[in-house]
Design a protein around this ligand. Structure first.
Ligand code: GLU
Length: 419
């Protein structure tokens, strides 16, 4: 008997999604061979002197999936479950994501298999700097531009920028995005993923005729993307009835006070025990009957195993890869409307692009300017994907992949093959 597959391998999911969209596009085999697989894959060993004096060896990666449309672009993840296949999947999704929002970048991703929650600032800094030095030949403002991802932040980017600049001999802010404002970061970058996700939810609600005011929302994951999306939905009059993070899930049918919850999470580091809420099981959060579910944590949140229990009408993928292809099929049959990750969470990389443009020009924009431009990009992209979804009668995921993959294929055709 075959062993049951416990979790889907993210890279298999990425390849399966590619094939479905490539089939729908009628893409020829030569083009598929050219754009499906990563251009470059680097595995490095990162030795770090830990605070207790011993040396710990971390495994780390940087993958450039595509540079067909511009420099590779994508975040760096610090997480115990990081694997090369996960980084390859995330890099692949970055390629299609940048193409969906039509910014002049390819796709890349990096990761270190580590447990940042149990590391000191000093250990994190030494690990980040050594990793930067190990991937130095690959990165640069015109080559490959890292950014934050799960459990990395503006401080991590400051260390990368400094390490890179020290080896070059002068300051090069454009080598990373998501930097602190005082080091060439962009206003609005920190909240860009959640804000972009909010704009796509607005579009979906309009399309489905669901008033956002009074809509019920469950948010899985209360990190950078999930918390900001929840805050903006709350401000728009939606009722956030459940929230979870890696430590627990909370529920209140009348709606949680999101600004208060963000304040508590900032101080305590967790959401459980929030006054006025009751604890629920993670599976119960996903199964809540509500208008909008925002999976904002990791891959494989909704699979063939639990997709049947999902009670939401709209699923807004703030995370990368939270739904497996089996989950997609079940949800589609149930009539749920999925805003796919490469569209829903593309606000982060879009404002990363704005940051890079500002760094290159040494000219910085006001926050409102960033928001207006982001809103325009997200809403135009949503419309473009929705049009393919309707005209070609394919799922929103296939439609988004068709748009992204089609644009990369066009770039490849125009460039031709070297030599
Ligand atoms: N890590 C984010 C993502 O998955 C942002 C990447 C970037 O800004 O380059 O889209």
């Amino acid at each position: 008997m075959l062993a049951t597959k416990l979790v889907d391998n993210a890279y298999d999911v990425a390849l399966e999604n590619f094939d479905s969209a490539a089939d729908a596009l009628g893409l020829d085999n030569d083009t598929r061979e050219m754009i499906k697989f990563p251009e470059r894959v680097l595995t490095v060993t990162v030795p770090v002197r830990m605070d207790d004096g011993h040396i710990h060896r971390f495994e780390a990666y940087r993958v450039q999936h595509s540079t067909a449309r511009g420099p590779a672009k994508g975040g760096i993840r610090f997480h115990p479950q990081v694997t090369l296949d996960e980084v390859k999947a995330l890099a692949t999704w970055m390629t299609w994501k940048c193409a969906v929002v039509n910014i002049p970048f390819g796709g890349g991703k990096g990761g270190i298999t580590c447990d940042p929650k149990h590391m000191s600032q000093g250990e994190l800094e030494r690990m980040t700097r050594r990793y930067t030095s190990a991937i130095l030949p690959l990165i640069g403002p015109d080559q490959d531009i890292p950014a934050p991802d799960v459990y990395t932040n503006s401080q991590t980017m400051a260390w990368i920028m400094d390490t890179y600049s020290m080896t070059k001999g002068y300051t090069i802010p454009g080598v990373v995005t998501g930097k602190p404002i005082s080091l060439g970061g962009s206003l609005g970058r920190n909240e860009a993923t959640g804000r972009g996700c909010f704009y796509t939810i607005q579009c979906a609600c309009e399309h489905l005729d669901i008033p956002l005011k009074g809509a019920t929302v469950a948010v899985q994951g209360f990190g950078n993307a999930g918390s900001i999306a929840a805050q903006l939905l709350h401000e728009a009059g939606a009722r956030i009835i459940a929230v979870s993070d890696s430590t627990g899930c909370i529920y209140n049918r009348d709606g949680l006070d999101i600004p208060e919850l963000m304040h508590m999470k900032e101080i305590t580091g967790h959401v459980y025990g929030f006054p006025g809420s009751e604890p629920i099981e993670p599976a119960a959060l996903l199964a809540l009957k509500c208008d909008i579910l925002v999976p904002a944590a990791l891959e494989n949140a909704v699979t063939g195993e639990n997709a049947n229990t999902i009670g939401a009408r709209i699923i807004a993928e703030a995370a990368n890869g939270p739904l497996t292809p089996a989950a997609d099929r079940i949800l589609e049959a149930k009539g749920a409307f999925v805003i796919p990750d490469i569209l829903c969470n593309a606000g982060g990389v879009t404002v990363s692009y704005f940051e890079w443009v500002q760094d290159e020009q040494h000219l910085f924009w006001e926050a409102q300017d960033v928001y207006n431009r982001l809103e325009k990009v997200m809403k135009t992209s949503f419309k473009d994907v929705l049009k393919i979804h309707i005209d070609r009668n394919v799922s929103m995921r296939i439609a988004a992949n068709m748009l992204g993959i089609g644009r990369v294929a066009e770039a490849i055709h125009l460039r031709g093959i070297y030599p």
